[in-house]
Design a binder for this molecule. Structure first.
Ligand SMILES: *Cc1c(COP(=O)(O)O)cnc(C)c1O
Length: 228
């Protein structure tokens, strides 16, 4: 039962937050490759926020689930030619990682809707990944996002290198928290630090995550590859 998995993850989040003396973070259910019926099942159990990696896949699911008023987050790499579509389809984009995307996202966001919530994706320690900005680029990108009325700067997101050594990831999370505190000091509306996945979310919470992105621990193993 997906509702059992949801309650177990929520309980673990609660425990990790309590033992770290922090508020319980928001749970983003990562539904990439999962059927709309699975999303509906989790929604029925009370989950509202869902993360998708591809614009097209999200649009297809949203059509099926229109009546549920869910909150959709883009967590996959964003191509420039999909930015306007992403700004229209999602409530949050967590993967803004270069200045070029700022006007494209702002231009794609309808003036009649609330501003698009934006997280800046930081490449905190993964030399193998081309995605995410460098830590030293964060202040300028944050300024650029904050200067757009159609965008709301909400904070930072990271996907640390998939090191088998969890302590290395703790270091990455700790460095992210420091970067985030700097951004939040300049931009009080930045209240979200998105980090931690199925195998490391407890550590991320201890280090200050306010949102964790969990797929496998909720839905089970992904069998098919996500479609773009
Ligand atoms: C797939 C994905 C997740 C969830 O990963 P799990 O290990 O299944 O919990 C989180 N964040 C991003 C960016 C992802 O692509």
């Amino acid at each position: 039962m997906l509702s059992d998995a949801l309650h177990e993850v929520l309980q673990r989040l609660e425990n990790a937050a309590r033992s770290a003396g922090r508020p319980r973070p928001h749970l983003l259910a990562v539904s990439k490759t999962q059927a709309a019926t699975a999303v509906a099942e989790l929604a029925a159990a009370g989950q509202r926020a869902f993360g998708e990696n591809y614009v097209q896949e999200a649009l297809a699911k949203q059509q099926n689930l229109n009546a549920l008023a869910l909150e959709w987050h883009l967590i996959g790499h964003l191509q420039s030619n999909k930015a306007a579509a992403a700004a229209a389809a999602f409530d949050w984009v967590q993967t803004l990682d270069r200045a070029k995307l700022v006007p494209l996202l702002a231009g794609g966001r309808d003036a009649g809707r609330p501003p698009l919530n934006v997280l800046i994706q930081v490449n905190i320690d993964d030399e193998a990944s081309k995605h995410g900005c460098r830590p030293e680029d964060v202040p300028a990108l944050a300024e650029a996002v904050a200067s757009q009325s159609r965008l709301a700067l909400r904070g930072l997101m990271a996907i640390p290198a998939p090191a088998p050594d969890l302590e290395r990831r703790r270091t990455a999370f700790r460095n992210m928290k420091r970067l985030f505190d700097d951004v939040a000091a300049r931009h009080p509306q930045a209240d979200t630090l998105s980090m931690g996945m199925s195998d490391d979310y407890a550590i991320a919470v201890e280090e200050g995550a306010t949102m964790v992105r969990v797929g496998t621990a909720l839905f089970g193993r992904r069998i098919t590859k996500a479609q773009s």
